[in-house]
Design a protein. Structure first.
Ligand SMILES: Nc1ncnc2c1ncn2[C@@H]1O[C@H](COP(=O)(O)OP(=O)(O)O)[C@@H](O)[C@H]1O
Ligand SMILES: O=C(CO)[C@@H](O)[C@H](O)COP(=O)(O)O
Length: 509
């Protein structure tokens, strides 16, 4: 029987799964790694951690499944977007990767605005210059670490570095390449005009492919390490969000999902290219050939919850162990007992600056309305609510451009939370649908591999057959009215504090 492997190179961990030709998950493995923050607003990861995690988890799923290596026909890659991986002439990573949520590139973003008018950026790259996207990170490195840039021979995105490790090929796919700000997003190819304007050599970049195209086969030495055949194909794959769209079956015009991982994204599928006024939502190519998608959301979603848990809730680990439960289930239980509005407490979830809708790398997080009555649980609930207000702001932008989502599928670690599901339903004013397959990006990557290997006819048919809805969480209108009051204040707080956060970021120590 044919088997397929899907890899999701997430920010918190790599998740690798194997499915059979009926779409059933037969094996899965996960390996976590750290994020380094050498300075306020910076975020890096070590490509060697990614490589170790991928090789180890592939080996694990192959062993778990116990199938013949020749039966494993293909590997699909998906991963965190925008990260800058630079390789030297020996194809070794030059230092750590500056990842998507790093906010050090404010100066470079300003320069990008000076180099070309906003209208040009929107026309070609479909997005305004963004601090989190790869082009600004390349310029930052060239300005600040020229010795690294000089020895750089290849520029890759995180999942594409993994492709290089597995196959030796330098390639990317249209969805992930869209997040580099170097792609002509409408025409799905590198933009010579942008590359020339930024003085970036096209030879540094990999070849661009549609997500379901084959980009190589697994190298013999890697095949031997992982227990694979060297005939196993590796497909172009997709960004984590574009791959999650396939994994959640969001592949037809107007369909939408929300993912809550380290970041969170509200995603909608577009059958045809659409310009978004002022670039208030991101537009990227999607993994379905000839289609695009919108996305927007807070940088620090699960990251905010994780930050609070790790710094202030170590006692929960003890309690969870005593009660023989998962620490997130315990947190959800505690959050569920706190009333809507967290007893008049609002959290601004901008721990790593803000992206959609405000695009402000200097913004920071805050708890507003703290009172002696508050307990830790109030703060935890406020974190979840704050992230959800930000997601609702993105959904409201969608409404303003005529896209009304009536049914929102969910994926990502945070979306497993029943409390978060209820909050989303109330704030979006729509049904939330959980799925039987919760693996989102990794599942989408398996489907892409299956299409390339000829196991599945096409992406849509595979989604129709395998991706099934599970529970529906309905919008509670009483809750919605309560949240509305807090949401309005949340938006006012954002405006009120914008300039002060800029001053705080600019303090010279
Ligand atoms: N049951 C849960 N309730 C709430 N949040 C959760 C739960 N499980 C995981 N998370 C959050 O989900 C995040 C991890 O999700 P994941 O989709 O694996 O992220 P990534 O792709 O960024 O690695 C963590 O930051 C954690 O805060
Ligand atoms: O920056 C973006 C999308 O623009 C993020 O979605 C990253 O792709 C990271 O994803 P997670 O690790 O949070 O899933």
């Amino acid at each position: 029987m044919p088997y397929l492997i899907g890899i999701d190179l997430g920010t918190s961990a790599t998740k690798t799964i194997m499915i059979d030709e009926n779409g059933a998950i037969v094996a899965s493995a996960l390996q976590q790694y750290p994020m380094y923050q050498p300075q306020n607003g910076w975020a890096e990861q070590d490509p060697s951690d990614w490589k170790d995690a991928v090789l180890k988890t592939i080996k694990e799923v192959v062993e778990q499944a116990g199938v013949e290596k020749e039966e494993i026909l293909g590997i699909g890659l998906s991963g965190q977007m925008h990260g800058l991986v630079m390789l030297d002439e020996k194809n070794e990573p030059i230092g750590k990767s500056i990842i998507w949520c790093d906010q050090r590139t404010e100066k470079q973003v300003k320069e990008m605005h000076e180099i070309l008018p906003l209208s040009k950026w929107l026309q070609i790259t479909a997005n305004p210059p963004l601090a989190a996207w790869t082009a600004a990170k390349i310029l930052w490195t060239r300005d600040n670490e020229p010795e690294k840039y000089q020895v750089c021979r290849h520029i890759l995105l995180p999942k594409d570095y993994i492709r290089q490790v597995l196959t030796g090929e330098f390639a990317t796919d249209v969805s992930d390449a869209s997040g580099m700000q170097l792609l002509d997003v409408k025409n799905r190819c590198w933009s010579d005009e942008i590359l020339n304007a930024l003085h970036i050599d096209k030879n540094l970049l990999g070849t661009v492919h549609e997500s379901q195209e084959i980009t190589g086969t697994v190298k013999k030495e890697i095949a031997d390490i992982c227990g694979l055949s060297d005939k196993t194909i590796v497909v172009a794959g997709a960004s984590d969000n574009a791959s999650a769209a396939i994994g959640t079956g969001v592949v037809n015009d107007g369909e939408a999902f929300t993912t809550i991982g380290t970041s969170a994204i509200v995603y909608t599928h577009l059958d045809s290219y659409k310009e978004i006024p002022e670039g208030s939502l991101h537009i990227c190519c999607c993994a379905v050939p000839g289609c695009w998608h919108t996305m927007g959301g807070p940088q620090s979603a699960g990251l905010s919850l994780e930050w609070f848990k790790n710094n202030f809730c170590t006692d929960y680990d003890v309690e969870a162990e005593e009660r023989e439960m998962d620490v997130y289930s315990l947190m959800n239980e505690k959050i569920d007992r706190v009333p809507i509005g967290s007893d008049k407490l609002i959290f601004l979830p901008f721990l790593m600056g803000e992206r959609t809708p405000h695009m402000d790398p200097k913004y920071r997080g805050a708890f507003l309305g703290l009172n002696a009555v508050h307990k830790k649980e109030n703060l935890l609930r406020a974190v979840m609510e704050g992230v959800s207000y930000s997601l609702a702001d993105c959904n409201n932008i969608l409404k303003s451009i005529g896209t009304v989502v009536n049914s929102m599928r969910v994926c990502g670690g945070g979306s497993k939370s029943p409390v978060w599901q209820k909050i989303m339903a109330a704030l979006y004013d729509c049904d939330i649908k959980t799925l039987k397959q919760e693996e989102g990006p990794a599942y989408g990557a398996c489907i892409l591999a299956g299409v390339a290997a000829g196991v599945f006819e096409n992406i849509q048919k595979a989604c129709e057959e395998f991706v099934k809805e599970d529970k529906t969480i309905y919008c509670n209108r009483n809750d919605m009215e309560k949240y509305k009051k807090y949401h309005k204040l949340y938006d006012r707080f954002y405006e009120a504090l914008k300039d002060e956060f800029g001053l705080l970021a600019d303090i010279d120590e």
